[in-house]
Design a protein around this ligand. Structure first.
Ligand code: B12
Length: 244
């Protein structure tokens, strides 16, 4: 089975689709390719996928819908059924607009895709997931990582976490990878610059202390994190500075 994942742009890495590609390849033993909107139809024509999945943020629904029409025409032309699916924040929060797709997969999709491809349990905790597949993003100077999912500040009006918690009340508010797993992953990519996509990075001082020591020893590249203003304490600032 061949799965084509389409992102809006490849100017930077898209961790969600990269995690899904890794599960599709390593856990499910199927093929997967990540492409962007401008190249989607051309790539699909050459790759002839069985499933096409779109990763969509709010504001981009119509752009993906237009591509979906072209993919369905291609399916008729090459006489091969192509199942299309949508996922990511917009289909999760606003599924009503997605009548055009064959499937809507809301929320985190690692386990859902494994179920769809008849594979067993892949998600135990975040450390159990295979690291994101980076081979569709060769030569990037900035590499993206995520050490946690969710956030303990669940009520900020501008952020998806509050809505997410209402949709998935059984998930812990915050799930954190072990510092060792995160640093091992980063070290394996030898990045020039590291960009953490966590909503709020290093909430636990004990975690941040362990992370800082490992990071300084095994990576050392400068890095970017998101913090809430009230997280910028002297202690956290010095832990971050100490790790480089
Ligand atoms: C990186 C990022 C960006 C990057 C995007 C880079 C890129 N490659 O395209 C940049 C900086 C460009 C960006 C821009 C914006 N962003 Co932004 N961004 C993020 C951030 C911080 C991390 C995303 C990430 O890597 N998550 C980690 C991965 C593992 O999770 P995931 O992406 O959600 O993927 C999982 C599921 O969604 C699902 N999934 C994802 N794709 C697919 C595809 C298929 C087929 C399936 C089945 C499932 C699936 O499975 C994945 C694995 O579990 C998130 C916050 C967050 N912590 O998630 C906000 C977030 C996604 N952004 C948000 C917003 C609001 C924006 C902006 C509109 C901000 C602005 N005002 O300009 C813009 C424009 C977005 C656009 N339409 O283009 C909102 C999304 C809201 C929404 N309803 O879509 C978020 C959630 C933050 C928030 N404030 O709440 N963003």
């Amino acid at each position: 089975m061949k799965v084509l994942l389409v992102v809006k742009t490849k100017f930077m890495e898209s961790l969600g689709p990269m995690y899904l590609k890794s599960v599709i390849q390593h856990n499910c033993h199927h093929e997967c390719l990540i492409t962007d909107l401008p190249n989607a139809v051309k790539t699909a024509e050459a790759y002839q996928p069985h499933i096409v999945g779109y990763s969509i943020m709010t504001g981009d629904r119509e752009k993906f819908q237009a591509i979906d029409m072209a993919i369905k025409e291609l399916s008729i032309r090459i006489r091969q059924p192509i199942i299309t699916m949508v996922g990511g924040p917009d289909p999760t929060f606003f599924p009503d607009g997605y009548g055009y797709a064959d499937m809507i997969i809301p929320g985190e999709a690692e386990q859902a895709l494994a179920d769809l491809l008849h594979t067993g349990q892949v998600y135990g905790d975040l450390d159990s997931l295979p690291w994101p597949a980076r081979d569709d993003y060769p030569g990037m100077r900035v590499r993206d990582f995520i050490a946690s999912r969710g956030c303990t500040y669940g009520k900020c009006g501008y952020c998806y976490n509050s809505t997410w918690e209402r949709l998935y009340p059984d998930l812990p508010k915050l799930r954190v990878r072990s510092a060792r797993d995160v640093v091992n992953e980063i070290a394996s990519t030898k990045p020039e610059f590291v960009y953490f996509q966590d909503s709020t990075f290093g909430l636990s001082h004990a975690w941040l202390t362990e992370f800082g020591e490992l990071y300084k020893t095994y990576v050392g590249a400068p890095y970017h994190v998101h913090l809430r203003p009230n997280q910028v304490t002297d202690e956290r600032a010095s832990l971050l500075a100490g790790s480089g």
